[in-house]
Design a protein around this ligand. Structure first.
Ligand code: C2E
Ligand code: MG
Ligand code: MG
Ligand code: MG
Length: 274
């Protein structure tokens, strides 16, 4: 089609677009292949309790060991997977793998800690989410108190349904964390009504903490708000001692970030913590 119309700039643009679409459809095919051939891996990032300095949990973060492109961060494929619906299958693999790994570590003698997994919007809205999580916990034998699900503010938009799902997760004994707090459609109303345990301060606030007075004010306000609601606060993306000192001096509970560790493959976690 593009060839027939010759060198018209508009047509070139259209053909570039269709190249992109081809690339995306290739990636989509490869994504389906990846699910079948187990090309995903989880990396685990330690979360450290600020007062005791002890490890209290890990966040499981997905990577794709792509046969051509190498190890891909979620930024390269999660959005596509959400668009084509593959995210639910991928997300189920994540929950299963993270629970299995945590149980394995506990069985190998590691001090029991929590494992956080990120849920996508679609996965959160999937009708069988509760029965799926319950089944995974039963099958892996992981005590539900060692699983935490991270959701974002935007997922909670289906207000009444979200409350229902979160209450059922709570009844299972699973912890609930609001991820990237402060970047989405926040409604303070849900902080009051949702059965959550943790708020994660988004790393965009943390990274500007020492440079921007406004970010520092927001961070302090989030910590105060969370504590008044009896929630624990996790700061993500902590990279410097100065940020950590600031967060500690304002009673932030838990730290996650490159300062302590990047997300690491299971084998490297075992070298440090087992
Ligand atoms: P997130 O849940 O907010 O995860 C934190 C991201 O910040 C991770 O990026 C982590 O590697 C990065 N990070 C941690 N500490 C630091 C730091 O000190 N400095 C900086 N600059 N970055 C830090 P990652 O692994 O690329 O994941 C990006 C996002 O992809 C996640 O953000 C989450 O929204 C999504 N994601 C990751 N794994 C999954 C998954 O299994 N399922 C779903 N649905 N989404 C996932
Ligand atoms: Mg997260
Ligand atoms: Mg986060
Ligand atoms: Mg984030």
């Amino acid at each position: 089609q593009a060839k027939v119309q010759g060198k018209n700039r508009f047509v070139v643009h259209t053909s570039e677009l269709s190249d992109e679409m081809i690339a995306e459809s290739v990636l989509e095919m490869e994504l389906r292949h990846a699910i079948e051939h187990n090309e995903f891996v989880l990396h685990y990032q330690p979360q450290i309790h600020n007062v005791s300095g002890k490890l209290i949990g890990f966040e499981a973060l997905i990577r794709w060991q792509h046969p051509r492109l190498g190890l891909l961060a979620p930024g390269h494929f999660i959005k596509l997977a959400e668009e084509n619906g593959l995210i639910t299958q991928i997300g189920e693999w994540v929950v299963n793998e993270a629970c299995l790994q945590n149980k394995k570590w506990q069985d190998a003698g590691m001090t029991p800690v929590k494992m956080s997994v990120n849920l996508s919007t679609q996965q959160f809205l999937t009708r069988n989410l509760i029965s799926f999580v319950e089944e995974v916990l039963e099958r892996t034998g992981l005590d539900p108190k060692y699983l935490v699900v991270e959701i974002t503010e935007n997922m909670a938009m289906e207000y009444n349904y979200s409350i229902l799902v979160l209450k059922q997760l709570k009844e299972l004994g699973v912890g609930i964390s609001i991820d990237d707090f402060g970047t989405g459609y926040s409604s303070l109303n849900y902080l009051k009504n949702f059965p959550i345990d943790y708020i994660k301060i988004d790393k965009s606030f943390v990274s500007e903490l020492m440079k921007s007075e406004n970010d520092a004010i927001i961070v302090v306000a989030i910590i105060t708000l969370a504590h008044n609601l009896d929630l624990d606060v996790i700061a993500e993306g902590v990279e410097t001692e100065e940020q950590l000192d600031f967060l500690k001096s304002h009673n932030c509970d838990i730290t996650q970030g490159f300062l302590f560790s990047k997300p690491l493959p299971a084998a490297e976690i075992e070298n440090v913590y087992l």
